[in-house]
Design a protein around this ligand. Structure first.
Ligand code: TTP
Ligand code: MG
Length: 501
């Protein structure tokens, strides 16, 4: 556990306090001192800390929350636009301290500040730590990690002050030598606090968790498998022989889980790029009429197009997910997905036309009918749509300026204006958290399903994939991109910064 080579990094984990609730309180400061719950469907997805004093917890039913807090103010949190925007602003702010910033969901970020600490260490005399210190610190390591982490805690404080001053947000932070320990440390003192954990206290930190299910990244299924073998406490997991773990979990997973249980984590902070997939889904009471399905999918598509417009890239693949309910065989009520390529020319107009929306809907309905035989009785309890495989969107304003001046283009404002033209946000039926969450957006591109393996995909793709005829604009871009590669490349980079991705 105490290999000093593993102590070399300084990692900060930042978690925004009661995130959605804070965004709503910033938008409407009169909510600040009231018990506030953020509602999605019949659930309080989060609550501010005033409401938490009454016992209102995340994921509580609205009816239960009202019982324990009759004054609870509820704000609908089904439109994620403002939360997403604030989330990107936070990440952009953190990038002032390190290039190595990894987003985890909308309200968590890891920063690797090893380099910054190294730079600052020389110019510092004695170093004091900031915030809480976890565990028994009577025997600290003398490899240099103690000073580095103390300095890291000063930087964490500076970052949190900046987030408070610039964005109005309170946050928690964990400071440690790896991501796992930093993440657990962050949850130790809340809200608006930070906690430092020195490597020698990592083991103790893991033991402080209530159960193995609380170990980050261990996963629900693994926790269940371990529970079947009466391994529920972290201590029990630490004491289980690796051979038994291999029998329960398989070789690779066993090693991974063992490392987690000991607080070992060498995984790097990965720079977060744009999501590989943008999707939303909605669970519903059983729908059995094709027209209603189409209507529901149209609502989802409208909402999804807003998200895609915000993202600024053009998708190349469309996927539909469906959950069928079979009352005779409830075990068959799983999800099924189909996907196909779509023509990027559908999106070349910055404003998505009704015609193109209708085209997309007809593609979606073809995919739907690949999963559901609409001539027979069906009951659909969940519908989801997602786009994957993106290309960057050409920007006419940038291009015009670029062509006329032949200079590097300052395009951020232009881009923002164009974005507003793209789509008017439409309120639609709420989307469930799991897939509407950034985890889903960041998730891997789905593998081919069994039907696709049987050849369906090929035919379908051929049927649906409009001819990829490059528009005039695209041709201009391709020519000029080639000719002024450096300049255009820089513009693209600027756009990314402009959208905070
Ligand atoms: P969390 O970080 O779990 O919670 P939080 O930031 O609201 O509160 P804390 O102070 O304990 O960190 O989740 C981040 C946001 O994600 C949260 O504000 C609302 C949203 N969310 C959902 O939409 N559904 C859920 O089931 C949960 C748990 C969170
Ligand atoms: Mg949070």
């Amino acid at each position: 556990m105490n290999n000093v080579n593993d102590h070399l990094r300084t990692i900060i984990h930042v978690d925004i306090d009661c995130f959605y609730a804070q965004v709503e309180m910033i938008k409407n400061p009169s909510l600040m001192n009231l018990p506030l719950g953020i509602q999605q469907k019949n659930i309080v997805v989060t609550s501010n800390y005033v409401a938490r004093q009454y016992g209102v917890q995340k994921c509580m039913k609205i009816s239960d929350a009202r019982k324990i807090c009759s004054d609870l103010v509820l704000v609908n949190g089904e439109d994620l636009h403002d939360y997403r925007q604030m989330s990107y602003n936070v990440t952009a702010c953190l990038r002032n301290y390190s290039d190595l910033v990894e987003r985890l969901g909308l309200d968590e970020n890891f920063l690797d500040i090893t380099h910054l600490v190294k730079e600052k260490l020389h110019s510092n005399g004695s170093i004091n730590s900031f915030g809480n210190v976890f565990g028994d610190t009577s025997m600290l390591c003398d490899c240099g990690c103690t000073e580095r982490l103390k300095l890291g805690s000063q930087i964490a404080q500076e970052i949190r002050d900046r987030l408070r001053n610039e964005l109005g947000l309170t946050t928690c932070a964990g400071i440690a030598h790896n991501k796992l320990i930093a993440k657990i440390a962050c949850s130790k003192n809340k809200p608006n606090k930070q906690t430092i954990v020195f490597p020698n206290c990592a083991y103790e930190l893991l033991l402080s968790l209530e159960s193995v299910a609380n170990i980050p990244w261990l996963g629900h299924v693994t926790a269940q498998l371990l529970a079947q073998h009466n391994i529920t406490k972290v201590e029990e997991l630490q004491n289980t022989s690796i051979d038994l773990l291999k029998t329960i979990l398989g070789c690779d997973r066993a090693k991974f889980v063992r490392d987690l249980s000991l607080g070992n984590d060498l995984s790097p902070v990965k720079i977060s790029g744009k999501p590989q997939s943008i999707g939303i889904e909605d669970s519903c009471k059983a729908i059995s009429i094709e027209k209603e399905i189409e209507e529901k999918l149209r609502q989802l598509l409208n909402r999804l197009l807003v998200l895609v417009a915000e993202d600024g890239r053009i998708p190349k693949t469309l996927k539909i997910t469906v959950r069928k309910y079979d009352k005779h065989n409830s075990h068959l009520s799983g999800r099924e997905s189909r996907q196909c390529n779509i023509s990027t020319s559908l999106f070349n107009n910055l404003k998505m036309t009704e015609v193109n929306k209708n085209k997309l809907i007809s593609i979606i309905m073809i995919l739907f009918k690949k999963i559901v035989d609409t001539k027979k009785t069906f009951h659909i309890t969940l519908l989801g749509l997602s786009f994957t495989k993106f290309v960057e969107k050409p920007n006419t304003n940038i291009l015009k300026k670029f062509l006329s001046r032949n200079i590097e283009v300052q395009s951020v404002t232009d881009f923002a204006n164009t974005r507003e033209e793209c789509c008017t946000p439409t309120k639609v039926a709420s989307t469930s958290y799991v897939l509407d969450s950034p985890e889903f957006e960041l998730g891997p591109i789905p593998k081919r399903g069994k039907f696709q393996k049987l050849g369906t995909k090929r035919n379908l793709t051929n049927d649906l994939d409009d001819i990829e005829a490059p528009s005039k604009l695209k041709r201009y871009l391709e020519n000029y991109q080639e000719k002024f590669k450096w300049s255009y490349g820089k513009t693209t980079a600027k756009l990314k910064i402009g959208t905070n991705n």
